[in-house]
Design a protein around this ligand. Sequence first.
Ligand code: GRF
Length: 211
Amino acid sequence: MRPARITVVISGRGSNLVALIDAVNAGKIAGVITQVISNRPGAQGLVHAAKAGIATRVVDHTKFASREAFEAALAAAIDDGRPDLVVLAGFMRVLGADFVRHYEGRMLNIHPSLLPAYPGLDTHRRALADGAKRHGCSVHFVTPTVDGGPIVAQAEVPVLPGDDESTLAARVLEAEHRLLPDIVGRYCAGRLVLDHGNVRIIDTRTAADRS
Ligand code: GRF
């Protein structure tokens, strides 16, 4: 099986991207990150990608007159990389239904909450305000419903007495850095598929071949 071609799409810091780069370099993901695309020119993640020798591109949403035009340019950039898998790793734009459908079953997102709890923004603040005892992160296939696609896996962390938004975010982020590479590794090994809208984890012995 040839290595999976991965495009990572980001908006900012890129710590999840770094976790993926590290996992690829450690041989834990049977794939190659062929390009990193950011909608923000100043994203720190672009610097991490360049340092790792990965091609970078910016598709700046502020330069487009409409969401459709932005998404057409983003899709063209992604498709240029002929990806087997697209990973949204801290990508902070809502994507339209047509765009998302084009990547059905091959686009994963990491979200900092135990979905379906707290879709959208400010998840840590909202969990604290609710007095939640547990929090965490989810990896899901992307569908037109924001943060609503089929959940692949979750990692849970406790909410501890005295936590504030930053201590809780840091604890969740550590969990993200374990969960995302693990799931991307499974996908690239052919052990994770979206089958008619259902997540299917496949036994290693019957893993699908990618030629
Ligand atoms: C992460 O918490 C991710 O779950 C969320 O945005 C944050 C991005 O962090 N969608 P980073 O850019 O990967 O450091």
